[in-house]
Design a protein around this ligand. Structure first.
Ligand SMILES: Nc1ncnc2c1ncn2[C@@H]1O[C@H](COP(=O)(O)OP(=O)(O)OP(=O)(O)O)[C@@H](O)[C@H]1O
Length: 312
């Protein structure tokens, strides 16, 4: 090698390392988007397995969906997940885990956006305004960070007109007005289909079969009748389903007494207190369970565990 070439190579390398370390340093203090950063699939798996109780199907599908999407350098459309299930079964909780694994600041990240239908889009007469605002918001944020995450809670209460406003972004377009939405992630949460998921879980229980033996295919047919063909479920009206814009339907099973106990223990641990099994039992027993005769599933899932624990 001649000295000049080597010199240029070293110069280029140091300039590059200088740039990289400057960027690293910058990102240590300010939040950087880093859409290209690979997903740490084992960290996500560990988070889901350790923190999310009683949801073997959701754990499996979410892991598969996210690793597949993030490993794909050239996705043809944004990833759209639709989470269904009874109240307090972990839909918001899982969205938070997913958000944290994509952007370390989780729900506090500038690249993660949570919308709650009854809070952000409450008035039917303002639909036009919501549509414009939402489209501008999504466009602005995806332009700033291709890997932005948008979470829509209470999807079953969202006016179909508002869903219509996001529909173009979920489709297979390469670009819309110069912006590509293909690396973004949309997560929809709803209670639609919760009763049918519960019914399937109950049928398994009554037949003496294990909850963990419930497979996705056992629920797909049920969900397709209950959610896809149910004209009151919001999702149907929106045409999101007929146009195949939802990549994964993710069922959340109703939580049992033992899962509620696990939630109490997790909450005690999070508060830094020692785990007192007497209190765990007392809190779990204060919850109400259904159906009336068998009393298997908590009607609020783990939702009120935190506030109940405050009494002890
Ligand atoms: N499966 C679960 N595993 C561990 N913790 C859970 C689970 N489900 C619920 N929790 C706990 O209960 C809290 C409330 O649950 P979450 O908000 O996720 O319910 P949800 O399914 O979104 O309910 P809703 O449909 O009413 O919005 C969570 O913050 C979490 O602490």
């Amino acid at each position: 090698f001649e000295p000049i070439t080597v010199g240029i190579a070293i110069g280029a390398a140091s300039a590059l390392t200088g740039y990289l370390s400057y960027k690293d340093l910058y990102c240590r203090f300010a939040e950087c988007c880093r859409s290209e950063r690979p997903l740490n699939a084992s960290a996500l798996k560990q988070d889901l397995e350790e923190k999310l109780f009683g949801q073997h199907l959701a754990t499996e599908v979410i892991l598969k969906a996210l690793t597949g999407f993030k490993n794909n350098k050239n996705p043809k459309k944004p990833l759209t997940l639709s989470l269904h299930g009874w109240a307090g079964t972990g839909k918001n909780f899982v969205s938070q885990i997913v958000a944290e694994n994509l952007h370390p600041k989780g729900l506090k990240s500038n690249f993660v956006h949570l919308f709650v239908s009854t809070l952000h889009f409450p008035h039917e007469q303002h639909i036009k305004l919501y549509q414009d605002q939402l489209q501008r918001w999504i466009r602005g944020n995806v332009s700033a960070c291709a890997g932005s995450v948008f979470i829509f809670d209470e999807m079953d209460k969202l006016h179909p007109g508002v869903i219509d406003a996001i529909k173009p972004f979920l489709d297979y377009y390469e670009q819309i007005d110069g912006v590509s939405y293909r690396k973004a992630i949309f997560i929809f949460l709803s209670n639609a289909g919760g009763d049918l998921i519960t019914k399937t879980a109950l049928d398994f229980w009554r037949a003496g079969r294990k909850r963990e033996d419930i497979q996705l295919k056992d629920l797909e047919a049920v969900l397709s009748v209950g959610v896809f063909n149910n004209k009151h479920s919001g999702l149907w009206h929106s045409g999101l389903i007929d146009r195949n814009l939802i990549d994964y339907f993710i069922p959340f099973l109703p939580l049992e007494y033992r899962h509620v106990k696990m939630c109490v223990r997790a909450e005690m641990k999070a508060r830094g207190s020692a785990i007192d099994e007497d209190i765990v039992t007392q809190v779990a027993e204060e919850m109400t369970f259904f159906p009336k005769d068998e009393k298997i599933y908590s009607d609020k899932g783990c939702k009120t565990v935190q506030s109940r624990l405050d009494f002890y």
